[in-house]
Write a protein that binds this ligand. Structure first.
Ligand SMILES: C[S@@+](CC[C@H](N)C(=O)[O-])C[C@H]1O[C@@H](n2cnc3c(N)ncnc32)[C@H](O)[C@@H]1O
Length: 292
């Protein structure tokens, strides 16, 4: 695929590997028949219970109980060396903000999961608030099931600020002081959210930027591993998985979103899917709209 530099596979090659499983289904029904410990990465963004078109608003207590059931099933499916990334923003009730990572944290701890990072996803666009500061970040809680977890740093390194910088004294004088492959991207990621000018925009109001999931897939899984998104929407996580030779699995209750997810997978297979390349600078003043 030209836009990302990732080569698409031939359609029959993908089918032979059965590397995509997507269904229009409730996530508990979808997950129950799956084998325990078979998924290397669970990555998802659940509804925030704020009355979006794809959710029914309920009390926070009821929402937490429903999340507990889904999380429990995800933990059962998680491989012992695997990771679970729960991407959330705020639940808002009558102007009061409830950060969902704080609200849900204990549900993961109750299963003995260990938090490795609370990744802050920062973006520039969103609602303009008049009675509080406009929200410009959400978070990803990255948990692992054990201390022995897959983490590949090299594929997600980013360019160093001073790539040619050398030690100027001491035993390493003259040698490069940083890693020539780049630096650790840190736990604050500035990645454009998918609004109207974004190349990946579909009808879904809250889709993941594929590059956000690519970072998680590349660092927390190896080729051939399975990635699961139990609230997959239009399949951004599945696309990120198959772009890097992983198996992508997911479900959504909306037939419309699942159909779009399949269209995106087929477009990837044909080499026509446009995604914003991982690592592309956020603002390039030389491009129309700064390159967004
Ligand atoms: C925040 S969106 C996720 C969007 C997704 N990350 C993407 O890139 O398109 C949450 C999704 O969960 C779906 N959903 C809500 N309840 C569900 C359930 N019980 N089982 C499966 N999907 C559900 C909604 O239809 C919605 O598309």
């Amino acid at each position: 695929m030209k836009a990302t530099g990732v080569q698409p596979k031939l359609v029959n090659e993908i089918e032979r590997e059965a590397s995509v499983i997507m269904e229009c289904a409730d996530n508990l029904a979808f997950m129950r028949p799956l084998a325990s410990e078979s998924v290397k990465l669970v990555v998802t963004s659940p509804p925030y219970n704020i009355g979006k078109s794809y959710e029914r608003r309920v009390s926070l207590d009821k929402y937490i109980k429903a999340q507990a059931q889904v999380i429990s099933e995800c933990v059962r499916l998680l491989h012992p060396n695997g990771s679970l990334c729960w991407q959330v923003g705020n639940h808002v009730d009558d102007g009061e903000v409830f950060p969902l990572d704080i609200v849900l944290y204990h549900l993961f701890k109750d299963h003995g999961l260990k938090l490795r990072n609370r990744i802050v996803w920062h973006f520039e666009h969103g609602l303009h608030c008049s009675r509080r500061l406009s929200g410009r970040h959400e978070t990803i809680l990255w948990f692992t099931k054990s201390n022995d977890y897959t983490f590949n740093l090299d594929p997600i390194r980013v360019p160093s600020k001073y790539p040619g910088k050398k030690y100027y004294k001491g035993p390493k004088a003259g040698q490069l002081s940083g890693n020539p492959l780049g630096k650790n991207p840190g736990d604050v990621w500035t990645i454009p959210n998918v609004k109207n000018n974004h190349v990946e925009k579909t009808v879904h109001p809250c889709q993941f930027p594929v590059e956000l999931v690519e970072r998680l897939v590349l660092s927390m899984t190896d080729a051939g591993d399975t990635v699961l998104d139990p609230y997959m929407g239009v399949g951004s996580s599945v696309v990120a998985a198959i772009m890097h030779d992983r198996t992508g699995m997911g479900c959504d209750v909306s037939r419309e979103y699942v159909d779009i997810a399949w269209e995106r997978v087929f477009e990837f297979q044909k080499g026509t899917l446009k995604t914003r390349p991982m690592g592309k600078p956020v603002y390039d003043p030389s491009l129309p709209f700064g390159g967004h």
